[in-house]
Design a protein. Structure first.
Length: 238
């Protein structure tokens, strides 16, 4: 019985989740064309934050530019941070999250969403017509790590990041014309905007996808249960 108690205690005390926890919110500026997402670094951490990111509001970080936004990244060390408490923390981008919306054609219907082109195909951005103009959004999936490990290694936490921006006084047809090489659309922190580019300020919220045990933890639990079963079977046989 003592062996069963110790195995059970080890299973319950074993760390089940990644090291990075809590929400992260950032703001910044970006230049977007049909072939690149050019982050105008640095971005700034804003409220609300928590867990690993507690106490870092107002500090900055750096995002790596993404070429051909219509392709699956992945991108190691996509986000890194200047705060001393986050010196070993980074975000590895795995993929964009498909939005399922049809391709944008220039039709303007209030509250209608469509997928903007990028990288020779469907890009990661969703355009939604609203009373102010067009809201642009994008979601990405990846892992926060508090070690040198990358892409879901033990100790990683899976996160989803949701980027949003509002382009006021513009239209889907105007955005499509710009992405095709037309006049730039201003809105970010770096005027004038070159032809073919959209400049915008953005906000992004990163949150944990779910609190599910990592594969290594499942293996530990399975091994523990097998050991308990084998021990109990030997006792019954003897």
């Amino acid at each position: 019985m003592k062996i069963i108690k110790w195995v059970s205690l080890a299973l319950f005390l074993a760390p089940a989740y990644g090291a990075v926890i809590g929400p992260l919110n950032i703001t910044g500026s970006v230049l977007v064309s049909s072939t690149i997402i050019d982050w105008q670094n640095p971005f700034v951490i804003g409220a609300p934050v928590g867990g690993t990111f507690a106490g870092t509001v107002g500090t900055t970080g750096t995002a790596l530019d993404l070429a051909s936004p219509g392709t699956v990244p992945p991108q190691a060390n996509f986000l890194t941070f200047s705060a001393p408490s986050l010196a070993s923390v980074h975000f590895d981008l795995v993929t964009f999250v498909p939005n399922g919306a049809p391709a944008c054609t220039g039709l303007e219907v209030l509250n209608q969403s469509c997928t903007l082109p990028g990288g020779g195909g469907a890009g990661p951005f969703t355009a939604t017509v609203n009373a102010l103009g067009v809201a642009i959004s994008m979601q990405m999936l990846g892992y926060f790590n508090d070690t040198a490990a990358q892409f879901g290694a033990p100790g990683s936490s899976q996160y989803i990041g949701s980027y949003t921006t509002q382009l006021s006084g513009t239209s889907v047809s105007g955005i499509l014309a710009t992405l095709a090489g037309g006049p730039g659309i201003p809105g970010g922190a770096n005027p004038p905007v070159p032809a073919g580019f959209i400049s915008a300020t953005y906000s992004a919220a990163f949150s944990e996808v779910s609190a599910v045990p990592e594969p290594a933890t499942y293996g530990m639990i399975g091994a523990g249960l097998v050991s308990i079963w084998a021990f109990a079977r030997r006792r019954k046989t003897s």
